[in-house]
Design a protein around this ligand. Structure first.
Ligand code: HSE
Length: 311
């Protein structure tokens, strides 16, 4: 055995309410860890997965981390390299926090580092998108791009891929609450109407433009009033217990804006500071507790680094 590396990759809040499939940002917690080793035995092996309650495939062809590592090796002209992988899930699966993305991104970042970084983080995005395709049937980038690049990201175009890192106010924080009900992304995507009215599209792209302008100008009022989604949220929010009440509680407690994280069931609020974010998570968790739903909560500023090498 020659070389080993342990990498953490962050969870992400995709869509950011109005930007279905085109906006996302990374947070500092939760996230997943991958240990990857170069070995003399050719082929990619997945040695173990912890924290998944047995829900993820150990078959290296089916697991996103190993399957994408294999594609990466073929791409860099090392199809016979020997790789061993251990995946440590440290975040809930099917939570709307980019769980599959965090694992795939940790794996890609690790394998790229083991081969002395022949590809840039941006070059890794298309590989990570293939992981999303394997996990949920569609290769969207609004989780994997911020997980790889850190920060707030816009997918301006999928074909050709055009990824823009956006500025954001330094004190922006996210309050995230995961109500422990399972909403697989695949199912949550199938619920959405594939056709929209032009007048609704006008409203939606006005809000996307408003949110991005608000981020550029650090205008919290503009960010907040742009966090409106008339296309996707009305359908998906049905799957989230007491969604409307959670919004009222978050806004009353000082949120700038509130919505579904990714495909749910996690919800998130943006705030100007950690204290308000903490207060919001307390209020939302207390309400969920009252209606007998367990939950997890996270408070974070926007993660600026993306994946990090732990050792
Ligand atoms: N944009 C994706 C969706 C994110 O909403 O389905 C999945 O977390």
């Amino acid at each position: 055995m020659k070389k080993s590396i342990r990498v953490f990759a962050p969870a992400t809040v995709a869509n950011v309410v109005c930007g279905y499939d085109v906006l996302g940002f990374a947070v500092n917690e939760p996230g997943d860890e991958v240990i990857m080793r170069l070995t003399d035995k050719p082929g990619v092996s997945l040695l173990k997965i912890t924290g998944d309650e047995g829900r993820l495939p150990l078959d290296p062809e089916k697991n996103t981390v190993s399957a994408i590592a294999k594609q990466y090796l073929e791409h860099i002209g090392q199809p016979d390299a020997g790789i061993e992988i251990e995946l440590y899930k440290k975040m809930p699966i099917g939570s709307g926090l980019g769980s599959s993305s965090a694992s795939t991104v940790a794996g890609l970042y690790a394998i790229n580092a083991l081969f002395d970084n022949p590809l840039s983080s941006k070059d890794l995005v298309p590989f990570a998108m293939k992981g999303e395709e394997l996990a949920c049937g569609y290769g969207h980038a609004d989780n994997v791009a911020p997980a790889l690049l850190g920060g707030f990201v816009l997918i301006r175009s999928y074909s050709p891929l055009d990824i823009i890192s956006l500025p954001f106010p330094a004190d922006l924080h996210a309050a995230i609450v995961y109500p422990e009900v399972d909403v697989p992304t695949k199912d949550a995507r199938q619920m959405i109407r594939s056709k929209v009215f032009l007048k609704d599209a006008v409203t939606q792209w006005g809000n996307v433009g408003g949110l991005i302008s608000g981020l550029f100008m650090s205008d919290y009022g503009l960010i907040g009033r742009s966090m409106t989604d008339i296309l996707v949220e009305p359908t998906r929010s049905i799957l989230i217990p007491d969604f409307d009440k959670l919004r009222v509680l978050a806004m009353e407690a000082g949120a700038i804006g509130f919505g579904i994280s990714g495909s749910g069931p996690s919800v998130f609020a943006l705030t100007r500071d950690a204290e308000t974010a903490k207060n919001i998570t307390n209020k939302l968790q207390a309400h969920l507790n009252k209606i007998a739903i367990n939950s997890l909560a996270f408070v974070s500023d926007v993660n600026k680094k993306g994946p990090i090498i732990l050792d």
